[in-house]
Design a binder for this molecule. Structure first.
Ligand SMILES: [Cu+2]
Length: 209
């Protein structure tokens, strides 16, 4: 009997803890495209091979609006429009510049430094995308409901940081600490977001050519 009880204890301690992050703006509306990073005391997940992500340019819009990278990952910009784009970044983490012909691709750019990289188009001022390079052990982007869910976390103490493209630049990322045992924990962030400068999708449709 004692042997079984001990096994159950170990099993509970090692069972998957889940952390549910809910990100809202200051008025309580869900905030998609927040990057949530977790640092904890437990063993981090194993490193993975570098990946190449594609960022498309479609209807004069970068897709996706925010993408999360590991240091060493690569990005390729694709032009699915019938017009030229001129992709550029002045960010300290990576600066580059490419003219991308209709139907063309840029060479792969290696993102080797952590940081947020804002990328624009020199021809279409309102186009913007954000490449977020993170070496945090756990990192995820909030979905359309403002949610990011982390599974299989080792029990322990964690610090949770949130970045969003519409947070006022130059300020520290909002952060909260949490102790995680077995089961599910939920943490909410209410972010003071700036107004979204992107045209709404209906306007983009009208501006298409
Ligand atoms: Cu463009």
């Amino acid at each position: 009997m004692p042997a079984i009880a001990a096994w159950m204890l170990v099993s509970t301690a090692a069972s998957a803890a889940e952390l549910d992050i809910v990100v809202d703006d200051a008025r309580g509306a869900p905030a998609a495209d927040a990057v949530v990073s977790l640092h904890g005391a437990g063993p981090p997940p194993p490193a993975r091979e570098p990946l190449t992500h594609a960022v498309d340019q479609r209807d004069e819009t970068f897709v996706p609006y925010v993408d999360v990278f590991r240091p060493g990952d690569r990005v390729v910009f694709r032009n699915s429009d019938r017009t030229r784009h001129h992709v550029y970044s002045f960010a300290p983490a990576k600066s580059f510049e490419f003219v991308v012909a209709p139907g063309g691709d840029t060479p792969a750019v290696v993102l080797d430094r952590v940081g947020a990289i804002a990328v624009g188009c020199n021809i279409h001022d309102r186009m913007i995308t954000h490449l977020y390079v993170s070496d945090a052990p756990w990192v995820a982007k909030s979905d359309a409901h403002g949610r990011a869910v982390f599974h299989d976390l080792p029990a322990g103490h964690y610090t949770v940081h949130v970045w969003h493209p519409l947070l006022r630049p130059g300020k520290a990322e909002p952060e909260q600490a949490i102790d995680i045992g077995a089961g599910t924990a939920t943490l909410r962030f209410a972010l003071p977001l700036l107004p979204d400068p992107r045209p709404d999708p209906d306007d983009r449709e009208r501006a298409r050519y």
